[in-house]
Ligand binder design. Structure first.
Ligand code: SF4
Length: 282
């Protein structure tokens, strides 16, 4: 007997990623060398497709050397942006406006005398960019309460990585409220992330299997997977339709699909098509 397939109401490429892709596709038509500074988005298939159009990934300004330089949607440290202009690159800034907002808030909180806590994933490109914008005022990066330092200033301002899950945010805030005298919280999780997480939770609660499509190195996709797995034990995170295993589909009546903010619509469609080949009802 076949199974039903349902795609989460909000899934896949968000406003910021679509905007960045449009900008980089326009850049691809320019003469000369074209680079993104780091991978444009956390999706290896998309990065490969861009390479075929002549836009490669440069991991530093030295590696890029010259030409057009597209700054990725996750944002870039201000010092690096300035240096890119000074070195004469044709800079195209594809930073998502929601990320720009977090960067500015981090800097403003520091200027207002707050120690800044970033609720986010240490080492993630967006978080490292926000940290650079916050400068010396940043006292911690934590996505769980255990990662907060032993000593915190009396006045703490919080900014949140745009793709953090509400569970992580609530857990860290609960502890901060007990530990500091004055707490100012900037609610900077982006609308696209909130919608994707809510739709994922709603579908996972009904589904017998949940398929989460997106880069393995994509933080927002990983958080969708965590949200799905908490509600549906038969949840799987993968990058491409040919990774689907038939064992995941044993005795299922409803298979849910969702995808991270950096997953293009064609990749979701490829998963749906593969499911139909494996017995899904379309
Ligand atoms: S997830 Fe949100 S912040 Fe990140 S690129 Fe998309 S819209 Fe922008």
């Amino acid at each position: 007997m076949g199974f039903e397939i349902e795609i989460a109401q909000n899934a896949g490429a968000c406003f910021g990623v679509m905007r960045a892709l449009k900008m980089v596709n326009e850049a691809a038509t320019l003469d000369g060398q074209k680079h993104t500074l780091g991978p444009l988005i956390h999706n290896p298939q998309v990065v490969d497709e861009l390479a075929k159009k002549g836009v490669d990934v440069a991991n530093s300004l030295d590696e890029a050397r010259e030409g057009t330089l597209v700054l990725r949607s996750h944002g870039t440290a201000p010092q690096l942006v300035q240096e890119a202009y000074e070195r004469g690159f044709n800079v195209i800034d594809a930073t998502c406006p929601y990320v720009t907002k977090v960067q500015r808030r981090a800097r403003e909180l520091g200027e207002d005398g707050f120690g800044v806590v970033i609720i986010g994933e240490l080492g993630h490109a967006e978080v490292e960019g926000i940290r650079a914008w916050g400068g010396d005022a940043v006292v911690a990066v934590a996505d769980t309460p255990e990662k907060l330092p032993a000593a915190l200033p009396a006045k703490v301002g919080v900014v949140i990585q745009t793709t953090q899950s509400q569970e992580h945010v609530d857990a860290v805030l609960e502890v901060l409220r007990r530990r500091v005298t004055e707490l100012r919280v900037e609610e900077t999780v982006c609308f696209a992330t909130q919608k994707r997480q809510q739709s994922c939770a709603e579908l996972a609660a009904r589904a017998d299997a949940m398929l989460i499509v997106g880069g393995r190195n994509s933080g927002n996709t990983t958080r969708l997977f965590e949200i799905a797995r908490a509600r549906c034990a038969n949840s799987h995170h993968f990058e491409a339709a040919d990774e689907i295993e038939t064992a995941w589909l044993n005795d299922v009546a409803l298979v849910g699909i969702t995808a991270g903010a950096s997953t293009p619509a064609e990749h979701i469609e490829a998963v749906r098509t593969r499911l139909v080949e494996l017995g899904g009802l379309g």
